[in-house]
Design a protein around this ligand. Sequence first.
Ligand code: N01
Length: 534
Amino acid sequence: MTQENQTKEFDVLIVGAGFAGIYQLLKLRKLGLSAVILEKADQIGGTWHWNRYPGARCDIPSLEYSYQFDEDLQQEWNWSEKYSAQPEILDYINHVADRFELRDGIQFEEEVLSANFNESTSKWHIISSKGQYETRFCIFATGCLSIPNKPDFQGLENFKGQLLQTSSWPQEEQDFTGKRVAIIGTGSSAIQSIPLIAEQAEVLYVFQRTPNYSIPSNNGPMDKSVEKDVKSRYSQFRKDNYLNGFGIAAISDESLISESDINEVNQQLEENWQSAGLGFFGGYADIPIDKEANDVAANFVRNKIKDLVKDPETASLLTPDYHIGGKRLCVDTGYFETFNRENVHLINLKVNPIKEVSATKIESDKAYEIDTLILATGFDAMTGALTNIDISGRNNVKLNEQWEKGAKSYLGLGISNFPNLFTVTGPGSPSVLSNMMPSIEQHVNWITDCIDWMVQNDKSVIESSETAEEDWMKLVNEIADMTIFTDTKSWYNGSNIDSKAKAFLPFIGVPVYTEMLEEVVSENYKGFIFDKVN
Ligand code: N01
């Protein structure tokens, strides 16, 4: 047997070297367990490695979109802007990997192909693109938005120009000077990149199926007084944020539009428009739950679009008609204003869908000659990274078959029939409806404590019970049904992928979720089964 073919053994195998994976490695090492990360890319970073399109940046302030597990780290690291750009976020994660000496635990350019639970040994057998592993625990730190959605446009394979996708952007800088560029999609990635591409390109054609709401970021250099204030009370600041609905500092107002004077509401919405970014959505507590209140906030933004975009027809095309927040709210720098440029043209795919892509053209209402085609068409969100791996659990049950009618998970952490498998920010957890960084840390801490508890209490195998999982997903949906989220087609409910089950997946409400996680632990991991005997 060659070295390559030998099965390597670890206590824990982690899939993915993004923010979740590397923190998980650190925590497991502190427990004294052997652990390895397998990473498909040639470097760490996860989503911040793959999404290098122009304008990519976080839309949660960097003082919040950062690790909190190490006081020295959060005090010593300085962000240059309020919302940091992708290169700086990548620098940060690299700094963390070096600071905590994590690189030697990561195998790069090694994709996990299958994971199979062996019931006789209670171990996972992993096959990767480079070798085989046997491990007691398997942790999927694969992110919520990591499998690109690449629509099957007729003739796309015949396109001879430059084909790019925002979610797998080349590492080399791209120059669009003098080029005729088309971009398909108008979600967050397009909204961030369009203003910058428009500045370079000779002409930019934006192919829009559904318009999006976007709030100006008002990004700028880090305000040193804000930084100083937050750093003076960092750990309390972080704790307080777990008490806000979406786990984000800005989103904490308990006032209701329905109980406020409309002039005051408009004044407050103006203030939020100027400064709150994503916080605009939570600026009043009833925007996410009351359709009429939501309409007030939505109309405010619709009017802003009318003011910002000079051509009334273009403004009208850019104006959404669904609940604000129903699709993930976007945050931009000069997005709507970009449509005032003479070299930018908006094409309405609702009326004129893409008929065909050929060697040099894209055809909808007419044929557009282009040099570059950019797909900003989103992701197979929340489940794609798991269902794209051949994962089989007890009785050889396949995960993608178990989830065919909709993903089910207990707490977004465990899946019935898949023992000793954990997901970080999995479906059924606040994840994408929260600040991902604290949610990642919350899950990694929970998983690590759980494994430690198992070691201390002589338990070998953990899995969620089917009943706990059913009840949990019922709760996820009952809460969602009380909000505006379920009325709109979005990637939150699988509507962006035709073949996908339509089910709402994020748990809404960080504070309730946090309480429930603690309750499960205090009741000896209620809802989980240990050392199940068949
Ligand atoms: O993807 P999206 P994204 N024909 O799914 C369109 C996070 N993120 O990559 O709405 C034509 O939002 C689709 O149209 P429709 C953030 O959570 C964060 O932009 O389905 N069009 C839509 O316009 C975000 O929400 C940051 O009708 C097609 C677009 O493509 C999430 O990632 C930055 C189509 C896809 O938009 C995803 O954002 C960027 C088709 N066949 C992203 N298929 C931060 O700032 C799809 N579309 C942290």
